[in-house]
Design a protein around this ligand. Sequence first.
Ligand code: ATP
Ligand code: IP8
Length: 246
Amino acid sequence: MTTVLKLGGSVVTEKDTPETVDDDALARAASAVAAHEGDLVLVHGGGSFGHHAAAERGVSTAEGTRSAADAVAIHDAMGRLNGAVLDALHAEGVEALPVRPLSVASRDAAGALSLPTGSVATMLEEGFTPVLHGDGVAQAGSGVTITSGDDLVVALARELAVDRVGLCSTVPGVLDSSGEVIDRIERFSDVADAVGDSDATDVTGGMAAKVEKLLALSAPAHVFGPDGLSAFLAGESPGTVVAGRE
Ligand SMILES: Nc1ncnc2c1ncn2[C@@H]1O[C@H](COP(=O)(O)OP(=O)(O)OP(=O)(O)O)[C@@H](O)[C@H]1O
Ligand SMILES: C=C(C)CCOP(=O)(O)O
């Protein structure tokens, strides 16, 4: 049983204060991950590390940079957060290893992501927990643009034999226009009026972009908050199920 789990940057950082880890939230998430049995691929988002670094330099999913210094600055900010995530996982006894997209992933001119997954698959076979993160990635015709952790989740779910997909964000699920958690989403048009961008600095699009990407997956995906993380890892369905295409 292989699970792909994204820990939202909004969960593991203080998203409004540049380069600030939410140590307590990260430690709780690491402890929930440590209790999981089965193969797990982790992805984390940018939170107050990647999004601030990218926004300061005018780089987003649509606007690239041709400055190596800018791309490396964004990548380094994500490296600092990745280091904090790995430290928290190691403290809980999780044998976590970094997999850093800038060096291996690419996008074509239309934005389609290629992510070689040989290292991830072999790490899993050898008993490690790979930890990827949203990053700057070279894109044909645009220099380096931002690839969200959400896109990495989708690529991993397509390339590996993944049974479960989870996105842990700060919200308890996808909320309807009255603020209630929606149980199940089958079509984007069902929620188009309710979902929007992130409240915080975010160059990759918030909840609307997440729902659109997850609907394209063949497997169902779960969107939940930190209180739902242990339940998700135990095989339950907290928050919102975004139905796959089958
Ligand atoms: N209908 C909705 N339901 C839930 N959240 C919504 C909705 N519309 C907009 N949002 C926003 O989307 C945010 C979640 O997206 P965001 O990209 O910030 O999360 P994340 O993946 O946890 O963080 P990061 O992008 O840093 O990894 C919520 O915090 C909220 O501000
Ligand atoms: C901003 C950067 C570098 C990564 C964004 O990843 P996300 O938070 O998963 O959307």
